[in-house]
Design a protein around this ligand. Structure first.
Ligand SMILES: [Zn+2]
Length: 322
């Protein structure tokens, strides 16, 4: 019997690099992760990915020749044709021909994609958006990334920068965004925006248990802390997360008018932790849209793959190239 062939899926994240080996049907046979170095460079990231692949192959009793291709999710704008990284806001690996560097070291064909795009590809392959032809995924973590499937295919745009829904301007009198614009969805509903609003209110003297819950060392407001505060009916947190969810709902209404999707999948760390609070608010906004009242449904569904969406999407991408 001929031995199975496998694919690698890698998610290069701001805090960790995660990898899987999977079959063509998406069965995960091994998984590994490693922290992302603070001073990440294309060379350093490549060495880590190479090490992770070796580790997974060894642990699974496989060799390099059992591996067909690798898909790699990048937190930024990627030119999928040339494999160049155009922009990575939170990491210094932009401007590099990353695919060439990877292929030289790994000696297998590598395909690069934006992480949120791949997350949506994963959800469509094996997650919440299975069997859909038109679906949108919005992933709310520190920032907000997204992926759009239209007529069965991922939209990449003319520069690989399509579906950057986190930077749609929702309020032009809103707060400044990390991208330089004013009032982007991310600046209203991303985790960093929620953190900014809660900390500002606490500074003004508003009472919140968040000040007690914050990790004294890092001082970052993780999604898990938000969840705790919501569970404890912390008024300030309830108010600010509700406002963020409403902005997300407004964005979903507009997204629906552009793409008429069957489904909008919501995922990412904030949704993993606080989805049961946020999703009903988003649903309500979308259901109130009178335009679609006699046209049809658009369900608002939580991600089913969670942390595995990007790595499985990377495998889905890797599979397309054979
Ligand atoms: Zn922005």
């Amino acid at each position: 019997m001929e031995k199975n062939k496998f694919y690698a899926g890698i998610d290069v994240g701001g805090t960790k690099i995660a990898g899987i080996l999977a079959t063509a049907r998406g069965k995960i046979i091994n998984r590994v992760k490693s922290p992302t170095p603070k001073d990440a460079s294309p060379g350093k990231i490549t060495r880590i990915i190479s090490g992770l692949l070796e580790e997974m192959l060894y642990a699974s009793g496989l060799r390099k020749k059992d591996l067909l291709t690798a898909g790699i999710g990048i937190p930024g704008v990627v030119d999928t044709k040339t494999g160049r990284i155009i922009r990575t806001p939170n990491m210094k690996i932009s401007g590099s021909s990353f695919r060439n560097i990877l292929e030289k070291k790994l000696k297998i064909k590598c395909l690069l994609g934006n992480d949120a795009n791949l997350g949506m590809l994963g959800e469509r392959w094996l997650g919440a958006a299975r069997n859909t032809q038109n679906a949108v995924g919005i992933f709310i973590g520190t920032g907000i990334g997204a992926g759009i499937i239209a007529n069965g295919a991922l939209i990449s745009g003319s520069h690989g920068a399509a579906a950057e829904l986190g930077h749609m301007i929702i309020r032009d009198d809103g707060p400044k965004c990390s991208c330089g614009n004013i009032g982007c969805l991310e600046a209203l509903a991303g985790r960093w925006a929620i953190e900014r609003d809660i900390k500002q209110a606490a500074k003004r003297g508003e009472k919140t248990i968040i000040t007690k819950l914050l990790d004294k060392k890092t001082d970052t407001l993780k999604s898990k802390i938000l969840r705790k505060a919501l569970k404890n009916h912390d008024n300030l947190t309830l108010e600010i997360v509700t406002a963020a969810a409403q902005q997300l709902g407004i964005a979903c209404v507009s997204i629906r008018h552009i793409f008429d999707p069957e489904m909008i999948v919501l995922g990412g760390g904030v949704i993993e932790a606080c989805g049961d609070f946020i999703i009903p608010i988003v649903k309500k906004k979308v259901e109130k849209d009178r335009f679609f009242s006699d046209i049809g449904e658009c369900s608002i569904a939580p991600s089913e793959l969670g942390d595995d969406a990007v790595v499985l999407g990377a495998v889905a991408l890797a599979k397309t190239q054979l």
